[in-house]
Design a protein around this ligand. Structure first.
Ligand SMILES: *[C@@H]1O[C@H](CO)[C@@H](O)[C@H](O)[C@H]1NC(C)=O
Ligand SMILES: *[C@@H]1O[C@H](CO)[C@@H](O)[C@H](O)[C@H]1NC(C)=O
Ligand SMILES: *[C@@H]1O[C@H](CO)[C@@H](O)[C@H](O)[C@H]1NC(C)=O
Ligand SMILES: *[C@@H]1O[C@H](CO)[C@@H](O)[C@H](O)[C@H]1NC(C)=O
Ligand SMILES: *[C@@H]1O[C@H](CO)[C@@H](O)[C@H](O)[C@H]1NC(C)=O
Length: 840
């Protein structure tokens, strides 16, 4: 609960504020009604005209992105936490992370999820479900299978904030949940009015309150391999343990998960197991082999029925998780939540997030509270994954950290990892170490990895960029750079057996032709022979990342070799390609824009792919691993802008700065840009390379809040923990060129941003209004860094690691700041200092 220093004029109300803060703090701490704290916090902060930063957690709305394809996990979790409990919505397509903000029925509450992923649901293992009682008080008449038991929620009862989620089901059960790092904690409240004790239990009209809790061995994607699922329930305590084997959601292989559930609050009445619809009280364990655990519903597990809870109508269920063993699931639970104290567990999560997020301080005077919600919620989401499974890896013994849910690096290298590098460098270092350890034991760095399984490679080998980015930004803690270097060279040189899961394909052709010919067949390994355009531009950038490491680590020959390959993006540029499209009447139209990346044959001739294919305006869903298309999840238009290592060269290929600017502006205004996917982020800021940094500001202000906002539907695509990083940095006034010590500067949305990332001084970005121009401008007019004029439209990582004060004068018209050639960001093949020693 820090106060922001914001200058002289604010000193007087400070004492009054301090009182309000202390009072507010007490109210907040001791108010048993979770809901009420929002109602007083928001207006008070607002009426005080900002400046005072109250509990920033109130601005985290975990429900943003829980509909409209955001696939955000809204439940309680620690930063990078393994336990991620939330209700599971039974609706296909939307429920990748479990809960969806619509009116779909709820099938249970499960303890592991992945946030923001595309495609099919990830994890959602061992859902727990609560019946207040069974019809006629007969346990066999309760509903057990997922299709039978699922129920609508009571509209308007879903409530989510940091460390806490709650929902009422229409069976009158309220389910609340919180989490420690590896354990989910549920508090079920049962209706208190239904029991009439004057009538005997068995003949009462409504089922009497005798809660039945069941745990199903399924997962959300119904991938459980029943042959290896099993569970046991213990008569004395009601403890349920179990395990299962499941499949990853965007990869190949299987993983095993284990749980250990204990209950508090009511006496055990009876217990048993169920297979499909059939429940039995005489069987306390299910073993796949012994019992032939096969049934069409896929549901099966254990249940415990309780006497009516003595006090408070509540039962607390603690579910410890592990990927190693049942014993470890139990010991995780016992170590993390020995006291079953729900409220304490919530407070712990709140404290940890408060501390994590407090590395940024905002002065919010004059800024709409929605902007704070967008900012803090985005920052929060960017720290949900990769998940920290250190100590839970069953695949190999290692002293290195283990992180999972790199889901996928194709998405996360562009914004999320660069953000973590600034705000949480220790976590970033552990993640890089985990990547290197995965290389050591699996033979390759992942491009995507979830649930201890190899995920699908969407484009290049983008871990190369993550590793180079960490190196040049001084994230070195405990990292074995020799092995890191070996790993990236392996990506570039050694074809894996199956390059749909790791590494690169068509490596020989890459070297021979300088691009991936559309008619090349890789005989070294297997993979989909598609995406030759997007893979070419990505491989070129990945090679630039390798060149960077080679230079830094003193491998001069490699540096020359990979710098050369980093120029291969040029080789698929068809200067004659026109931009043709059908208008609303079906007539062929063309723009004046000529020159696009196109698929190319071995003999050097080009094949034609519609320049708008797989953009929002034309066939948006054709470009996945489809061998007919040459661009992945995007159009030739999109990939035409991708040569971050040599933007000067790219601008020349477009025909100069004005032509480049016109095309980029057309791209953003014509509907071809798809902000719902990560490759578009950089294009918002690439006006910088045309000497028009103001236009980057303009487009940032278009996309936020029109496409990124504080509504539940406020994310344009699945989050990937990356959309949050994009908005957080955009709002602070910079965006990284991942893999380079380069951040492109735009006007921040707040009067002041202070980042304390562990260096000697904080990095402060301050916005002041230009004299004589109305407030509310978005264009940087001039800047000073530590009091000295600063004309470059970008800044290097030294600003964040060493600290400094960047003051930006902002006005309503695009000015001249940052427009001169010498003020543009570096374009490496053209930088003498970079190429030194190569004789260029
Ligand atoms: C049990 O499932 C059946 C079939 O789906 C449904 O008709 C019935 O209402 C359910 N009962 C309860 C108590 O939910
Ligand atoms: C939700 O459940 C709780 C606990 O039973 C109850 O007090 C509350 O009134 C319920 N809310 C609604 C809207 O049904
Ligand atoms: C990851 O988990 C390990 C083991 O619990 C812990 O020591 C480490 O600090 C965690 N790392 C992060 C970044 O939270
Ligand atoms: C790479 O090297 C080849 C062979 O020396 C040369 O022809 C080519 O121009 C170089 N390409 C780049 C982009 O430097
Ligand atoms: C919020 O963002 C979503 C997703 O991009 C968009 O569909 C919606 O129109 C936006 N809402 C507002 C009020 O701008």
């Amino acid at each position: 609960m820090a106060l922001l220093s914001i200058g002289m004029d604010f000193k007087r109300p400070l004492r009054l504020l301090a009182l309000v803060v202390v009072f507010g703090f007490l109210l907040f701490r001791y108010n048993p009604l979770q809901e009420s704290r929002y109602s007083w916090m928001l207006p008070m902060d607002w009426s005080l005209n900002g400046g005072y930063r109250p509990d920033i957690l109130q601005y985290v709305n975990p429900l943003i992105g829980t509909i409209n394809g955001g696939h955000v996990f809204p439940g309680p979790t620690h930063p990078y936490g393994m336990a991620k409990p939330c209700p599971d919505s039974m609706i296909r397509g939307e429920n990748a992370a479990g809960f969806v903000s619509d009116d779909s029925p709820i099938g249970g509450f499960s303890h592991l999820h992945d946030s923001g992923t595309g495609g099919s649901p990830s994890m959602g293992n061992f859902p727990i479900f609560a019946h207040p009682g069974c019809p006629s008080d007969d346990y066999t008449q309760c509903n057990y299978t997922i299709t039978d038991r699922m129920l609508p929620r009571v509209p308007g009862t879903a409530e989510a904030h940091v460390g806490y989620f709650a929902l009422n089901l229409t069976n009158n059960v309220r389910a609340e949940m919180t989490a420690s790092t590896r354990t989910a904690l549920y508090r079920f409240t049962f209706p208190s009015t239904q029991d009439d004790t004057s009538i005997s239990r068995d003949t009462r009209p409504n089922p009497p309150i005798s809660p039945l809790l069941l745990i199903d061995l399924q997962d959300l994607g119904q991938t459980s391999l029943s042959a290896s699922a099993g569970c046991q329930v213990y008569a004395e305590s009601g403890r349920i343990i179990g395990e299962g084997t499941f499949m990853p959601s965007f990869g190949r292989g299987t993983y095993q998960a284990y749980f250990c559930a204990d209950f508090r609050g009511a006496a055990v009445r009876r217990l048993g197991t169920f297979i499909g619809k059939e429940a039995r009280a005489d069987t306390t364990y299910l073993n796949a082999v012994d019992r032939g655990f096969q049934n069409p519903s896929g549901s099966g597990g254990a249940w415990v029925q309780f006497e009516r809870p003595e006090e408070s109508d509540q039962i607390v269920a603690r579910v410890g998780m592990s990927f190693v063993s049942v014993d470890q699931a139990c010991s995780n639970a016992e170590a993390e939540i020995p006291d079953f104290d729900f409220d304490r567990t919530v407070r712990d999560v709140e404290m940890i997030w408060s501390e994590k997020l407090s590395v940024v301080e905002l002065d919010t005077r004059g800024v709409h509270p929605d902007m704070q919600t967008i900012f803090w919620s985005g920052l929060y989401r960017s720290m949900l994954s990769p998940q920290n499974y250190t100590g839970e890896n069953p695949l190999w013994e290692s002293k290195e950290p283990y992180f999972d849910s790199f889901y996928c690096i194709w998405d996360s290298f562009r914004a999320q990892h660069p953000l973590l590098t600034i705000l949480d460098p220790n976590a970033q270092a552990e993640m890089v170490r985990a990547l290197i350890d995965i290389y050591r034991h699996e033979g390759k760095l992942p491009d995507c990895r979830m649930s201890f399984s190899k995920g699908f490679t969407q484009g290049g080998s983008n871990a190369d960029v993550v590793i180079a980015d960490a190196f040049i930004k001084g994230v070195t803690e405990g990292i074995d750079w020799d092995t890191a270097y070996e790993a990236v060279i392996s990506d570039a040189e050694v074809t894996p057996k199956d390059w749909s899961l790791e590494g690169r394909g068509n490596i020989e052709a890459w070297e021979q032709y300088g691009y991936i010919p559309v008619d090349d067949r890789d005989l070294q390994g297997n993979g989909p022979h598609s995406r030759t355009v997007s893979r070419t531009v990505e491989y070129a950038y990945d090679d630039f990342a390798i060149a960077t490491l080679a230079k830094e680590l003193g491998h001069e020959t490699d540096f020359a070799k990979y710098m050369n390959r980093s120029g291969f993006w040029r080789n698929i540029w068809n200067p004659e390609q026109e931009d043709l499209y059908h208008d609303a009447d079906g007539d062929v139209q063309r723009t004046n824009f000529k020159g696009f990346p196109q698929p190319r044959f071995k003999d050097g001739t080009f094949k034609y792919q519609t320049t708008r294919m797989c953009s929002p305006v034309y066939e948006p869903h054709k470009c996945y691993f489809d061998t007919a298309q040459s661009t992945y999840e995007g159009s030739p238009w999109l990939y035409s802008f991708y040569a971050p290592q040599d933007m000067k060269g790219l601008v020349e290929v477009f025909g100069g700065k004005q032509k480049f600017f016109d095309r980029l502006d057309y791209y953003h205004s014509s509907g071809i840009a798809d902000m719902g996917n990560e490759q578009s982020y950089l294009t918002v800021f690439q006006f910088h390379y045309a000497g028009r940094p103001g236009r980057s500001s303009y487009w940032v202000n278009q996309y936020i809040p029109a496409q990124f906002n504080a509504s539940v539907n406020g994310i344009p695509g699945n989050d990937d923990c990356a959309m949050g990083a994009f908005v957080a940095m955009s709002l602070m006034g910079f965006f990284p060129v991942a893999g380079q010590s380069v951040y492109l500067l735009t006007a921040p949305f707040f009067p002041e941003v202070k980042i304390k990332s562990g260096g000697p001084r904080p990095a402060v970005i301050r916005r002041v209004w230009a004299a004589g121009q109305e407030e509310g401008g978005i264009y940087i007019q001039s800047a000073t860094l530590d009091g000295k004029p600063y004309t470059r439209n970008w800044i290097s990582h030294d600003f964040f690691s060493g600290g400094g004060e960047l003051e930006l004068v902002v006005g309503t018209e695009e000015g001249n700041w940052g427009t001169a050639d010498e003020d543009l960001p570096p374009s490496f093949p053209h930088e003498r200092s970079w190429m030194d020693g190569l004789g260029t």
